[in-house]
Write a protein that binds this ligand. Structure first.
Ligand SMILES: [Zn+2]
Length: 409
């Protein structure tokens, strides 16, 4: 409740390379730095980019084992207002979950929107007042990690390896952990605590590329254009019509990939189309890039060489391929869920995570649930019980790393 009241929304319009993207993220970083110091953590650093790192020494007997990282992000999504968040607890008794009233209209979630609500009857649920997002994404993850550290401090008999904690800015705008110095961080492997409902677990994400399609038209006076003019806007529209129509975000789910045009601009003489391409398969993402090139070739045959060009840039890759040899990261997480009575499910992330980036930089990092629902909007909520159970789950998880991983199975 305290963390969500600190406005630390990231800013997608900040100049590229400015980290944190919004100065207000420092407020959250400073607060967490102070709390980690009060908790007696070692090596607490709050740096100029609003990264907070700290370590917790291993419990007795686990001193020689590799350190385990726990990571959450301090920024909240720019998709809805994150200023002046006023959290409150709703005792949910079924039907619509009402976060609050805005201009006389209820801001509510129904069991049709979120079928899990049926399982939450009788529980206390943290909501915003309906004017802002709650920022449980990812303040819930931050709170759960800090709550775990409080438990470990209060009960030195709880087993765990050396823990490396990182709270990072700007995850919501795509480069959260990019400035985390992994050598200094010192973890052998890690988890982000940034997923959805309790039980969700992810170690797979999209392969992601960005494609920019440039169309060069041939302009002449419209009055004398017959059989001469090539209108770039017309060709751009034609290009988009040739992209497979059912492979769009609005028609895909689960493990299906897509082509998503997110920007189109231009004049009759020049036009630009920007796409993001997503696919869980490495071959699949290459195939999508090739499809765009094939469309360009086809249009160039019709309208002339170099009318259409396609540039494709890789953004991030599916981290699943990196877990060969450290499958225990997956097994231990699933087991930690089962030990609190939750049957976990594996959710391929239809987006990227900080963990994917870290995994490719050499820190294998699957994503654990933080417990929230309806992220990135005013109806966001998190059940209190999910917060508590996640701390229990984390306690089991860190214990499973207090023995050598090679001795398992
Ligand atoms: Zn998040």
């Amino acid at each position: 409740m305290r963390y969500v009241q600190v406005d630390s929304q990231s800013d997608p319009l900040a100049p590229e390379g400015q980290v944190p993207s919004a100065a207000r993220e420092h407020d959250m970083a400073r607060l967490l730095g102070e709390e980690l110091r009060e908790l007696g953590c070692d090596d607490v650093v709050v740096d100029e980019h609003a990264y907070v790192t700290a370590s917790v020494p291993a419990s007795a007997g686990a001193e020689d084992l590799p350190a385990l990282g726990l990571i959450a992000h301090i920024d909240s999504s720019p998709d809805a207002s994150g200023a002046d968040v006023r959290p409150h607890i709703v005792h949910y008794e079924g039907g619509a979950l009402v976060s609050g009233m805005v201009d006389g209209v209820e801001v509510a979630t129904t069991p049709d929107d979120v079928p899990d609500l049926d399982k939450l009857v009788g529980q206390d649920i943290v909501c915003s007042d309906g004017r802002t997002l709650l920022a449980a994404d990812d303040k819930a993850g931050v709170a759960e990690i800090v709550a775990l550290l409080v438990r470990l401090r209060d009960d030195p008999t709880l087993p765990h390896p050396c823990l490396k904690i990182a709270f990072v800015p700007d995850e919501e705008i795509g480069h959260g952990a990019s400035l985390l110095d992994l050598e200094r961080f010192g973890a052998a492997w890690a988890y982000t605590v940034d997923g959805g409902p309790l039980g969700e677990f992810s170690y797979e994400c999209f392969n992601a590329s960005e494609a920019v399609v440039e169309v060069r038209g041939l302009m002449v006076h419209p009055g004398t254009a017959k059989d001469i003019m090539v209108n770039a806007l017309t060709v751009a529209a034609e290009f988009q019509q040739l992209v497979p129509a059912f492979e769009r975000p609005e028609h895909t789910c689960g493990r299906e990939g897509f082509y998503h045009p997110h920007r189109m601009e231009g004049t009759a003489s020049q036009a630009t189309l920007s796409y993001i391409l997503r696919d869980f398969d490495a071959d699949g993402i290459e195939h999508r890039a090739q499809t765009l090139r094939d469309i360009a070739d086809f249009l160039n045959m019709r309208y002339g060489e170099r009318t259409v060009s396609v540039r494709v840039r890789e953004q991030y890759r599916n981290m699943a391929e990196c877990f060969a040899g450290c499958e225990f990261l997956i097994d231990n997480a699933l087991e930690a869920n089962r030990s609190i009575g939750i049957e976990p499910w594996i959710e391929p992330v239809r987006g990227g995570t900080d963990g994917a980036q870290l995994t490719f930089r050499g820190l294998p990092c699957p994503n654990l649930a933080a417990g929230g629902y309806n992220m990135h909007c005013e109806r966001e909520f998190v059940p209190v019980r999910s917060l508590e159970l996640t701390v229990d789950m984390l306690q089991h998880l860190v214990a499973s790393f207090a023995v050598p991983q090679s001795q398992k199975g």
